[in-house]
Ligand binder design. Structure first.
Ligand SMILES: *[C@@H]1O[C@H](CO)[C@@H](O)[C@H](O)[C@H]1NC(C)=O
Length: 420
């Protein structure tokens, strides 16, 4: 057959009914996978609408198990963790052991053009903070130069087929290595960082006689994104959740460098990526990394789990968080070991459910020989406001310090943009 006849035949086939149907499917598939992010909404007022009726259940769930933890590569993860610690030791030795982070805002965007208005306002409103926009080139330099001691970091970073995976991984690396304040470029500053009431203890002046008592010895500050432990399976499907609680990673503050909680997150991102890639054949490579995989490999799921599990392994069994978790589990039984019947003492979501005020665990509360670097958790209204679940409060909530314009995130992007 000559090429011309093949083309003629192909186009004739295209116009049969079946051909049309197939073309339509391909078109829909193309739309689904290649649609750009929805246009920015100026102010997502929809988020302040009254919440829809949510289906809830009688029993709460304060514990989920990631499928990536069914068979983790424990030895490999340990070696990675040690390698990261070696980077920490080298850097701290060059800095007189000072791990206090510079007041610097980190944001990630392809380049200056892709920043958008919120990001520019964020920088200008916080003038006393240094500012770095990490574009694609800077990101590549950072992972290949500063972190050259662990070659997997750059290899994995470059291997990701989606921006979202790279941006997730990069924020953990930046905030672990440098400390400082990270925010996505669609985060609007409802207040400046230093006038955020929930962060006040971190910026109290040294002359303040209470400073010693109120300054938490913590290397990481996180917010709450989802807090619906009673959510029904349908409720969770409606919101595309894999678990009914979770921490925010679109805004993160690290008052000190090298938070062990971020170190553990980085270890897991690398290990989960390798695990995921090992379990796939090459053919569908470019279609891989569905929503659930992204959440568990680089997204809020891995971040939340790494933090809760590091608290579990580093806090003493008598710690109030462990006791609250065990107590909340009495009617649920998730913590009972199926084989031995014993209660596994660990930290679940229970201590963070319906949190009204910031809560901090100081670095020194860990058992000897373990480190978690201290953690503060902010109530959902501070960074997670403007959502129609979890009693998040509106964008104008008195606690609100940032407003995240959820309406144009990749997850529900176009759907939410069109249907609200
Ligand atoms: C913070 O906690 C760490 C670990 O317990 C300790 O080594 C350090 O001295 C503490 N720093 C301050 C300022 O209290």
């Amino acid at each position: 057959m000559t090429p011309r006849r093949i083309i003629a035949q192909t186009s004739r086939r295209l116009f049969t009914r079946r051909g049309l149907f197939i073309t339509f499917i391909i078109f829909i598939w193309f739309l689904f996978h290649h649609l750009p992010a929805p246009p920015p909404t100026k102010n997502n007022t929809r988020a302040d609408r009254p919440p829809p009726v949510h289906q809830v259940e009688d029993k709460a769930r304060f514990l989920y198990r990631s499928s990536f933890r069914n068979n983790p590569a424990i030895q490999y993860e340990k070696r990675l963790s040690w390698a990261l610690e070696r980077i920490e030791k080298t850097v701290l030795a060059q800095n007189q052991q000072n791990n206090i982070a510079e007041h610097r805002i980190w944001q990630i965007a392809k380049d200056e053009k892709h920043r958008g208005e919120d990001s520019i306002i964020f920088q200008h409103k916080n003038k006393e903070w240094a500012y770095t926009l990490v574009n694609d080139n800077k990101a590549l330099e950072f992972v290949t130069n500063e972190l050259s001691a662990i070659s997997e970091i750059a290899t994995i970073y470059k291997s990701y087929p989606h921006n979202i995976l790279r941006a997730d991984f990069l924020r953990y690396l930046l905030v672990w290595y440098y400390g400082g304040f990270y925010a996505d470029i669609d985060v609007f500053p409802a207040r400046t960082i230093k006038t955020c009431p929930a962060l006040e203890p971190f910026f109290a002046s040294p002359s303040d006689k209470y400073t010693e008592h109120i300054h938490p010895n913590a290397s990481l500050v996180v917010g709450i994104e989802v807090d619906e432990p009673y959510a029904s399976p349908q409720f969770m499907r409606d919101w595309h959740w894999t678990r009914s609680y979770g921490l925010i990673q679109y805004t993160v503050y690290a008052p000190r460098r090298f938070s062990p909680l971020l170190r553990e997150t980085i270890v897991r991102v690398i290990a989960h990526t390798i695990q995921y890639n090992d379990g796939r054949t090459g053919f569908f490579h470019s279609l891989a990394y569905d929503e659930k995989a992204i959440l568990g490999i680089t997204g809020p799921d891995v971040f939340t789990d790494a933090i809760l599990e590091t608290l579990s392994s580093s806090l003493p069994e008598t710690h109030p968080f462990v006791e609250q978790s065990v107590h909340a589990d009495e009617d649920i039984g998730d913590l009972i070991d199926a084989e031995t019947g014993e209660v596994r003492k660990r930290v679940t979501w229970a201590p963070f459910h319906r949190l009204r005020d910031p809560v901090c665990i100081e670095a020194g509360e860990a058992v000897p020989g373990e480190s978690m670097g201290g953690l503060c958790v902010l109530p959902i209204s501070v960074w997670g406001n403007g959502q129609r679940h979890s009693e998040a409060g509106g964008f104008n909530h008195p606690n609100a310090c940032v407003n995240h314009r959820f309406g144009r995130t990749w997850k529900k992007g176009w759907w939410e943009y069109i249907f609200g």
